[in-house]
Design a protein around this ligand. Structure first.
Ligand code: ADP
Ligand code: MG
Length: 815
């Protein structure tokens, strides 16, 4: 039942996001709901719950025929219902028809004075265990967490106007007298209706579904209303405005900049606002400012207690901005200190192995290539070689688009390591990629002649060094004996360069003298893996390569412990990929186009829509799409399917068949990266393209255009949101990944670009990674501080050091 509820919630949230246009699901919401209710009714045993689903008409919805306002209300009712079954744990109890009036709110004063900020939220009066449980789901457990539970934005209700000045559609605030308030039927439900007035006139206010408000608005009371006004029968009406009695207190819900907290799971906005106001008033002043005062002044930042208070309940816009700047600085500064500390830790832990460069061998290699390195490749190779010569272990991130020639540069670096008597490892995320690297490295080295092939997975090249250079491939597919043999030879130092998957190289191989590890696709190779590599008893130079363009500021933030190299130029003569976004109505012609390409001997990718975070649900959706495509649309063609629920071997199997041309079309979930070269693939079709970020779309597009044929990227998107449309327009126009990444960063909010969660770094809530100036300031200050007191051991850095430990601990992976 729970997963069903989740899927319903997701769809409705999407529908709400898309403005109730009935575009959340293909085929319309009614169809989806009918199916959903059918399944739900089958699986529940509680008659009241069934009755409720029927009462909401989920089993026989008429969504398509409702107007927007009705749709909005109906969906809101369903959300209320979903909340109620969540709290009742799908028990037999009938959820209440409407929201019950809360008890008189109790002021949230601490039970005792002198409480620490680390006490649980339940130590606040008025916070029940049930409410604490809801907060816990928002990762708020202590009073400090509450202080740092910032609103995602504020409504500007600060300008009070007269009733005669009200205009339709805008968010406005009035202060008025209550003339009359009563419970009334609104849209078939009990609600509240009030007439209020000021010296310029009267206006009606209604609250759907909220009869209890009537009692809270006694006649002649002074009330502040904030919200949108609509025109109804030629008259202005406030629809479900925020309301607050004008008493001898600071306003919380109206008449000011009012905080909006991203609420979920049964926490009511008014309840949270009220609580937050009390918490801020009582506890913000107790927060100690951990920034050294001179730094704070130099950077022009407000004090922390004020910043926290103003971030919740700002006096005005300027105060709010100052607060946000301070809090954002903190996040970035702590992040930078953390990554710098991490870097220091591994650099100090062990010395690296300096490589003495064998210039003639490198020259021979470079001259043997059938092309000249691009200027960007030359620059990066120089950077790498300079690092390798140093006694300090290299830790470098190499970014470059697919096809920009990273492999050649990495091969040169591996050769340099081998020439000085060290071993090199080249690690890929999947077996098929490892095989691909093995064959491209072999081919690159083979031009110097003298290749002897001992076995499929072993090569010797005699034309480069004074002794033969040995290259081996190590993957799970190999026979046990030959795997063992290779591992043995690696241990003895008989193999110079070993290529394999991250997993195999890390787990099973003991090296003789590992000098350089090249790691392809840093996405799946996080901080933890990097340190694991270092703990193998030596401290090799590490080169991490990625084809995901990351804007420089972001790279400095997320990988501040790595040096950066960028190949920002493609080899000459690369074709651009024709990119078009298509509406639903053009689907048939997209399929026809794909079919023509296949008839000409080409192959195509189809990326399924992103339905759910959950891999299981995603996989099911992909299976359904695959069945639809192979059963109806492309019956006569050969299709393959790949999704996250397949084992690595199964995935590799499908990829192999596709690469070898046995399949015409590869259907894939978006989560599965199909990072292999299939030069014959010329069509990439992406479903629901508006739901992907620019960088991801660019990655998809990079799967084609690897051969000589003109390639195409078709992006299907129905009714994209404004931002979705902006993205699609950009990707149609821009081919350059870095430019797209920069644009993506501008379009998206903090953290979203590259889920900081996944990277094992602390969360960024206030900082926008697009705020380059602040980021650079934070980095500069972090470096400055680090130079003075890299261990934060000085007395004036004690608070800072504690804060650093606290946020990084919360960040996860870091240790
Ligand atoms: P990446 O690893 O960055 O995706 P590769 O190193 O695999 O790119 O290079 C893609 C293709 O371009 C390979 O066939 C490679 O031989 C070729 N190539 C690399 N550098 C150059 C260059 N400077 N000029 C022409 N072709 C190049
Ligand atoms: Mg590559």
């Amino acid at each position: 039942m729970l997963t069903k509820v989740e899927s319903l919630r997701k769809v409705l949230e999407l529908e709400r996001e898309k403005g109730y246009a009935d575009t959340a699901v293909i085929g319309g919401l009614d169809k989806f709901l009918r199916r959903w209710a059918g399944q739900a009714l089958e699986s529940i045993t509680s008659p009241p719950l069934m009755a409720h689903i029927r009462r909401l008409r989920l089993d026989d919805p008429k969504y398509a025929s409702l107007n927007q306002q009705q749709r909005q209300k109906w969906i809101a009712d369903i959300f209320t219902f979903l909340e109620s079954i969540k709290t009742e744990k799908a028990g037999g109890k009938l959820p209440p028809k409407s929201v019950t009036p809360p008890r008189r709110r109790v002021a949230a004063v601490p039970k005792a004075t002198g409480q620490s900020l680390d006490l649980p939220v339940t130590s606040l009066k008025g916070v029940s265990a049930a409410m604490a449980a809801k907060f816990k789901r928002l990762e708020v457990e202590t009073i400090r967490d509450l202080l740092y539970f910032f609103p995602h934005r504020h409504l500007d209700y600060s300008q009070t106007i007269f009733i005669s000045e009200l205009t339709e559609g805008e968010e406005q605030t009035i202060t008025a007298n209550v003339w009359q308030s009563q419970v009334t039927m609104l849209g078939g439900r009990r609600g509240t209706e009030a007439i209020v007035g000021d010296e310029t006139g009267n206006v009606r206010a209604v609250w759907f579904n909220n009869p209890y408000i009537a009692k809270s608005l006694p006649t002649n009371a002074r009330v502040v209303l904030s919200g949108r006004v609509r025109l109804f029968g030629g008259r202005h009406v406030f629809e479900s405005p925020e309301w607050e009695l004008l008493e001898d207190k600071e306003l919380v819900h109206t008449g000011r900049l009012v905080p909006l907290y991203s609420l979920t799971r049964g926490l009511k906005p008014r309840q949270v606002r009220k609580l937050m106001k009390q918490v801020v008033d009582l506890f913000a002043g107790q927060v100690e400012d951990f920034l050294p005062p001179n730094l704070r002044k130099r950077c022009n930042l407000v004090e922390l207690p004020r910043a926290i208070a103003q971030a919740h309940y700002p006096e005005d816009e300027a105060a709010k901005d100052d607060a946000r700047t301070r809090l954002a600085f903190d996040e970035l500064f702590l992040l930078q200190l953390g990554v710098l500390g991490r870097r220091r830790k591994w650099q100090e832990s062990q010395p690296g192995t300096p490589v003495s460069l064998d210039k003639p061998a490198l020259d021979t290699f470079l001259k043997s290539l059938p092309f000249e390195l691009t200027a960007a490749q030359q620059k990066v190779l120089k950077e790498l070689l300079a690092d390798l010569e140093k006694p300090r272990a290299m830790s470098r991130l190499l970014q470059g688009e697919v096809g920009s020639g990273k492999t050649v540069v990495a091969t040169a670096a591996l050769l340099a390591a081998a020439a000085s008597g060290c071993q090199g490892a080249f690690m890929a995320p999947t077996e098929i990629l490892a095989e691909q690297h093995f064959s491209s490295v072999s081919e690159l080295l083979s031009r110097t002649a003298g290749e002897v092939s001992e076995e499929d997975n072993l090569r010797r090249f005699s034309g480069l060094l004074s002794k033969p250079l040995t290259l081996a491939l190590l993957i799970g597919d190999l026979k046990q004996v030959s795997k063992k043999a290779i591992q043995q030879r690696v241990r003895e130092g008989d193999i110079d360069i070993i290529i394999g998957t991250h997993a195999i190289i890390q787990k099973e191989v003991g090296f003789n003298k590992l000098g350089l590890a090249v790691v392809d696709e840093q996405h799946r190779f996080g901080v933890a893996q990097r340190s694991a590599l270092r703990q193998k008893g030596f401290n090799p130079h590490v080169l991490v390569m990625t084809a995901t363009p990351i804007p420089r500021t972001l790279a400095l933030t997320l990988y501040g412990d790595l040096d950066l190299s960028v190949i920002d130029e493609l080899p000459p003569g690369r074709q651009s990929i024709k990119t078009r976004w298509l509406k639903q109505a053009q689907r048939a012609s997209a399929y026809a186009f794909l079919r023509r390409q296949v008839a000409e001997g080409r192959q195509a990718f189809i990326i399924c829509p992103l339905v759910e975070e959950s891999e299981a649900i995603q996989a099911r959706a992909a299976v359904a799409e695959y069945e639809r495509l192979s059963g109806e649309v492309f019956r006569d063609l050969k299709l393959g399917l790949i999704h996250g629920r397949l084992s690595a071997a199964e995935k590799d199997g499908v990829m192999h068949r596709f690469r070898d041309g046995e399949l015409d079309i590869l259907v894939s979930t978006p989560v599965v990266e199909v990072g292999i070269d299939v030069p014959n693939a010329t069509v990439m079709l992406v479903e629901s393209a508006d739901r992907f970020g620019l960088s991801q779309l660019h990655q998809f597009r990079g799967r084609v255009g690897r051969g000589t044929e003109q390639s195409y990227c078709m992006l299907l998107a129905e009714n994209p949101s404004e931002i979705g449309r902006a993205r699609l327009d950009l990707i149609e126009k821009i081919q350059d990944g870095f430019q797209l990444a920069e644009e993506d960063l501008k379009l998206r909010g903090p953290g979203e670009f590259f889920g900081t969660r996944q990277s094992g770094l602390p969360d960024l809530r206030m900082a926008k990674l697009s705020d380059i100036k602040l980021l650079e300031l934070a980095r500069a200050e972090a470096i400055r501080l680090f130079e003075q007191d890299s261990r934060l051991g000085k007395a004036e850095h004690k608070l800072l050091s504690a804060e650093l430990a606290r946020v990084w601990q919360a960040g996860g992976e870091w240790s």
